[in-house]
Design a binder for this molecule. Structure first.
Ligand code: MRU
Length: 421
């Protein structure tokens, strides 16, 4: 397992990876393409004078990738446990590293969990074993046990198993799984980009109605590029609107207990120069009652075929408040987050319960380092449900890579005819 600390000296991010998947050649293989690194991994190295002088190059709404293939075919991710206080890379060398990074939330967010799991399957395929398919089945079961809610994880491991089953020998499996994981990564990027294009008109319409006042958008947790690979889901239309010069302001729910909103969404929006305010989780209802929210956009970990949406705990309460105040409530998600086999989300979506320690303590920067402090009395018990399910009836619409649809079985199957059961 490799961790590289940059100590704010250097930040190395991959802005490339924009070419088609056909050029992703497993660098460990015999068929190594000498142009591989030139094509797929153009690194941009930023020298940072201090934490306050972060410079990020944006091409429009483009942002850094959260997972990329580096030199020697190593799989790099950004360690999200230490953002925004430290910017570190974490290198996945083994299946165990991939599992660890999902379970411990080095990586998180449904699409990125899926992509990481796919590369975990590739890493498992490098293990010399007599029965490679059996090894991969075990790897899939191991990865599937890391977190229960995001369906992307299960879809990715199944897809990797199915892909391996078509191969003839271990070397072919390893090469093919590398290509397939790269393809899944690329598909997530394209989906997010398209979600942005489809979601943008919603913001434009509000702007036309209320200009010159900025469009006020509320989001929960982190459904940005850190949670996907690039662009994000909920943030993709926001980046495009900002790029088009539409004045926007984002209300960012802090998202206790792990504070993905305060730590990650605020970090992303800050890098992009997008005006935002972090708010305590219970503020949204008050803002909506006073006309201060024009639109809610959240992400999803698993959306059932009839439109029930599992997302970070607290999303349901935002949907209720939005419904009561006639504020449009949209869920932005790629089809990889739709569970086409499941109908009743409330009954059937497995909701992760994480360690109560995350509620008992909180984490922050004390000026010298990241510190954990206790916020509960010694003897109080805590519970830590990671997700809740928003019933489809509270969802105004789903913003997908194929367009916007109602959160209904008809709406979803109308867009994803080919993926129907
Ligand atoms: O527990 P997390 O941080 O993995 O939860 C993430 C979310 O709830 C996101 O909103 C969801 O995965 C969508 S990411 C595009």
């Amino acid at each position: 397992m490799g961790i590289r600390t940059n100590n704010f000296g250097f930040r190395i991010y991959n802005f490339g990876f924009t070419c088609g998947t056909s050029c992703f050649i497993n660098p460990k293989s015999q068929i190594r393409n000498p142009e591989y690194y030139k094509l797929c991994s153009p690194y941009i190295i930023y020298k940072l004078a201090s934490k306050n002088q972060i410079r990020v190059s944006f091409e429009g709404s483009d942002v850094n990738g959260s997972l990329w293939v580096g030199e020697g075919g190593k799989i790099h991710v950004i360690d999200q446990r230490v953002l925004p206080f430290r910017e570190e890379e974490f290198i996945l060398n083994t299946l165990e590293d991939a599992c660890f990074s999902i379970r411990e939330m080095v990586v998180r967010g449904a699409p990125l969990i899926g992509v990481t799991a796919a590369f975990g399957m590739y890493l498992a395929s490098g293990n010399n074993s007599n029965n490679i398919m059996e090894t991969l089945e075990e790897a899939a079961a191991y990865l599937n046990s890391s977190r229960p809610t995001a369906v992307n994880l299960f879809t990715a491991t199944r897809r990797m198993l199915e892909t391996a089953a078509y191969c003839h020998d271990p070397a072919e499996i390893e090469n093919t799984l590398f290509l397939e994981a790269s393809r899944i990564r690329e598909e997530e990027i394209v989906s997010c980009r398209n979600i942005g294009e489809h979601g943008l008109p919603l913001i434009e319409a509000i702007w036309e109605r209320k200009k010159p006042s900025p469009v006020q958008i509320l989001t929960h947790c982190n459904a940005g590029w850190l949670a996907t690979v690039k662009y994000g889901t909920a943030t993709a239309p926001i980046y495009l609107a900002h790029q088009k010069g539409i004045p926007i302001h984002i209300w960012v729910d802090e998202t206790r207990p792990r504070n993905q909103g305060a730590r990650l969404t605020a970090y992303e929006l800050g890098l992009a120069g997008i005006p935002h305010s972090v708010i305590p989780d219970n503020t949204g209802g008050h803002l909506m009652q006073h006309g201060l929210v024009d639109l809610v956009i959240v992400g999803s970990d698993r959306t059932t075929r009839n439109g029930d949406v599992a997302n970070k705990i607290g999303t349901y309460l935002k949907a209720l408040a939005a419904f009561d105040n006639q504020v449009p409530f949209y869920v932005a998600l790629p089809s990889s987050s739709i569970d086409f086999n499941m109908e009743d989300g409330l009954r059937n979506i497995p909701v992760e319960e994480r360690s109560p320690e995350e509620v008992v303590h909180t984490e922050g920067w004390d000026g010298l380092g990241i510190t954990r402090i206790r916020v509960l009395p010694e003897n109080s018990l805590a519970r830590n449900y990671g997700f809740d399910v928003t019933p489809a009836r509270l969802v105004t619409g789903l913003i997908t890579e194929k367009g916007i649809c109602p959160a209904t079985e008809g709406g979803i199957s109308g867009l994803f005819e080919d993926l129907k059961i």
